[in-house]
Ligand binder design. Structure first.
Ligand SMILES: O=C(O)CCC(=O)C(=O)O
Ligand SMILES: [Fe+2]
Length: 238
C-alpha cells in the first residue's frame, strides 16, 4: 500500500476475473430491471448510471468487506473520523462513458471513509482529482498547491480516502469505466461530532486558522506554504 498524497492510500485489491464477474452481475441486474419495468435506484444524488449493490443481494458481502477489510485499514489511517468503528455502508457501482455519465463534479462523500475500486472495462480518461480535506465549514474554500492530486484508475486497483477529502472525476473520453464504491460510515463518530465543536485536525483550512492564531499569540509568521489556486465550488453527495 502506498500513500501518493496525504490521506490517500492505494493498493492492488481485486483479481481481473472477479472484476469481470461483478460487472456481469451488474449488467444482468440492469437487464432484469429493464425487462420488468422496475425503477432502478441510482447510487447517489450525482450519478445517473450505475446501481446500488446492496439492492441486489450484496449487502452482507459488502458489510463483511467493510468490517473485515476496510476497518483494519481505517482504524490505523482514519481513526480521527471514526475509522475504528465503521458500522454501516452504502455500496454501489458508478458507470461512465460517452453514452453514460461522462464525469463527476467536485464533491465530498456522505461517508467517513470511502473505498473506490476500478472494475473495468477499457477506457481512457476518467482520472480522479483530489483537492484537499475540509470540514463542513470550509468545504468551498481555497485549494492549496500541495493539495492537488490526480489519480488514474487501473483495473483491480483500489484507493481509500476520507469522505471529507474533496474530489471529482474528469471525463471518461472513450470506453466504459465502472468502479465499485463503498461509502463507510460510523454512527459513533457522527453522534460525537454532533456534541463537539472542536477544530478538525484533517481540515486544511482549520489547520491554517489554528496556525495563524498561534502565530498571532506568539508574534511570529505562519509557516504554511504560500500560493493559492482558484477556489472551486463543492457539492456534498448523498
Ligand atoms: O468516479 C469515481 O471513481 C468516483 C465516484 C465518487 O466519487 C463517488 O461516487 O462518490
Ligand atoms: Fe465521491
Amino acid at each position: 500500500m502506498s500513500e501518493p498524497s496525504p490521506g490517500i492510500y492505494e493498493f492492488d485489491m481485486l483479481q481481473p476475473r472477479f472484476c469481470e464477474m461483478l460487472i456481469s452481475e451488474v449488467e444482468n441486474f440492469e437487464k432484469w430491471i429493464r425487462e420488468t419495468d422496475f425503477e432502478i435506484v441510482r447510487p447517489n444524488s450525482m450519478n445517473n448510471y450505475g446501481a446500488v449493490l446492496d439492492d441486489f443481494g450484496m449487502e452482507g458481502t459488502l458489510d463483511t468487506l467493510m468490517k473485515d477489510f476496510v476497518r483494519h485499514i481505517s482504524k490505523v489511517y482514519f481513526a480521527d473520523v471514526g475509522g475504528f468503528d465503521l458500522d454501516s455502508h452504502h455500496g454501489f457501482v458508478v458507470e461512465y462513458g460517452v453514452d453514460r455519465d461522462v464525469d463527476l463534479g467536485f464533491h465530498t462523500d456522505d461517508s467517513e471513509v470511502t473505498l473506490n475500486v476500478c472494475l473495468g472495462k477499457q477506457f481512457t480518461g476518467g482520472d480522479l482529482f483530489f483537492r484537499g480535506m475540509r470540514c463542513e465549514d470550509h468545504v468551498n474554500g481555497q485549494i492549496y498547491p500541495e493539495e492537488v492530486f490526480d489519480f488514474s484508475h487501473t483495473v483491480g486497483r483500489a484507493i481509500v480516502h476520507r469522505g471529507r477529502h474533496r474530489h471529482g472525476a474528469s471525463a471518461t473520453t472513450s470506453g466504459h469505466r465502472i468502479n465499485l464504491i463503498l461509502w463507510c460510515r460510523s454512527s459513533v463518530y457522527r453522534e460525537l461530532k454532533e456534541h463537539k465543536n472542536d477544530f478538525l485536525e484533517f481540515c486544511g483550512e482549520c489547520k491554517r486558522e489554528n496556525e495563524r492564531k498561534a502565530c498571532a499569540l506568539h508574534g511570529s509568521k505562519p509557516q504554511g506554504k504560500k500560493g493559492v489556486l482558484a477556489s472551486e465550488g463543492g457539492a456534498a453527495a448523498s
